[in-house]
Ligand binder design. Structure first.
Ligand code: ADP
Ligand code: ZN
Length: 215
């Protein structure tokens, strides 16, 4: 099972991805996470991506496509497939990915879109905190940690993403509307899209999502 999970910033892609990958034993590939890890590690790729991600702009397609290609070619254990999170985000990426995977077992079979109304997204993003150590995601409004600023799971300090401020968020939402919504429309025409109403709480959404993917 090869899945793309799509949705605006704050739609819950990251949170649900970690559940989906465990439930279905998939390789989780988050392009945002790979960029952030490269930026933190000061790699060449990280240096190329940094200025874009911090402003909320998309990293150029060529850089992103090459990174995904490289990543896929190095997957040693294919598990039950992959969950690609945050890619493709432009029509050019979607087409490049099709070329890359055509005729292989890496072709995508399903696209899940997490739907959340616009004003809810802002609250989620500006309240988001995450644990760099174990990856757990919190929200100071809706899912606060027991002890402020500390991860419940591993006790590490929580941090806020550099691009989770109002200005970068505005750019990210604009990028999404301009570049990524056409990608969803493209797959919708092919009848590959499952839309999930992701407005409710995590525990209400999860069974619906799981059921949709089990069919
Ligand atoms: P979001 O919460 O906004 O969906 P991600 O963690 O998926 O964010 O990505 C963070 C940033 O990484 C994006 O704003 C963008 O700069 C960069 N990025 C991630 N995936 C892609 C992609 N497929 N194409 C271009 N840029 C990307
Ligand atoms: Zn932690």
């Amino acid at each position: 099972m090869n899945i793309f999970i799509m949705g605006a910033p704050g739609s819950g892609k990251g949170t649900f991805s970690s559940r989906i990958k465990e439930e279905f034993d998939l390789n989780h590939i988050s392009t945002g996470d790979i960029f952030r890890a490269n930026i933190a590690g000061g790699t060449e790729l990280g240096m190329q991506a940094k200025a874009y991600t911090e402003k909320g702009l998309l990293v150029p397609d060529e850089i992103t496509n090459n990174m995904v290609k490289e990543y896929l070619s190095q997957l040693s254990d294919k598990k039950n497939g992959y969950l690609l999170d945050g890619y493709p985000r432009t029509l050019d990426q979607a087409k490049a990915f099709e070329k890359m995977t055509e005729g292989t077992d890496l072709m995508v079979d399903e696209i899940v879109v997490m739907d959340v109304p616009f004003d809810e997204l802002t609250r989620r993003i500006t309240g988001r905190r995450s644990c760099k150590h174990c990856g757990e995601i919190y929200n100071i409004y809706s899912k606060p940690p027991v002890k402020e600023g500390i991860c419940d799971k591993c006790g590490s300090e929580l941090s806020q993403r550099k691009d989770d401020n109002e200005e970068s968020l505005k750019t990210r939402l604009e990028e999404y509307a301009k570049n990524t919504e056409p990608v969803i429309a493209y797959y919708e025409e092919k009848g590959m899209v499952k839309r999930i109403d992701a407005t409710a709480g995590i525990e209400e959404i999860w069974p619906v999502l799981k059921e949709a993917l089990s069919k």
